[in-house]
Design a protein around this ligand. Sequence first.
Ligand code: NI
Length: 169
Amino acid sequence: MPKLDILTYPDKFLRQPTKPVDNINGDLQKLIEDMAETMYEAPGVGLAAIQVGNDKSILVYDEMPGEEKRQFQVVINPKIIEREGEIISENEGCLSVPEFRSDVKRSSLVLVEGLDRHGKPLRLEAEGLLAVVLQHEFDHLNGKLFIDRISALKRQLYIRRMKKLIKGK
Ligand code: NI
């Protein structure tokens, strides 16, 4: 069982925009550690605080979670400053959108600014998988899920499937 419960679609909390972190304290460090542990256990390559029921603007990620030495990264109050190009993120998935994967159109390069876990300004230029992970998690902080970025038809099919699943429980 992951350390923290991960909220899943159609939980309305996932649709809330998040609030900026203004106090980097011990509670926040604990939350970050718990988020990272939850991400590895799930397992996933990224996790936003909103997915574990916290409405603060925090994301953790590790685009190579299989490495022996775990080195997760944290971005607090992230902003995407620049986007460039276009790629198809193949078979994208989300811990909050169970039993579904889809190709998603994403920017191929992003410039992200925010704070590290100690409150120091941070600037990240990312491409490829890392760029996709950052855009995906950044979306979460704005109440967006990757199913908002696929065709309406595909989304409807997923929504219908989930409704049936939930009814069946
Ligand atoms: Ni996600």
